[in-house]
Design a protein around this ligand. Sequence first.
Ligand code: ZN
Length: 67
Amino acid sequence: MDHRYQSSYNMSVKDNLAFIKAHGVEAFTKKQYKEYHCSNCGELKSVHNGKCFKCQPIQKLVEIKKD
Ligand SMILES: [Zn+2]
């Protein structure tokens, strides 16, 4: 496994555990929810590009040419 990836992964796990210790699991869950949900409408955002499906809809998966 990539060492840099591994160390940054371990770092984030430590950070998460530290957050849970300091603020509790409920606050952590809320934080995670906030990060993966749109602050505008509350809908789930894409984990791939961080865009809200509702507020920033993807027009078309495949562009269809209109002549
Ligand atoms: Zn939204």
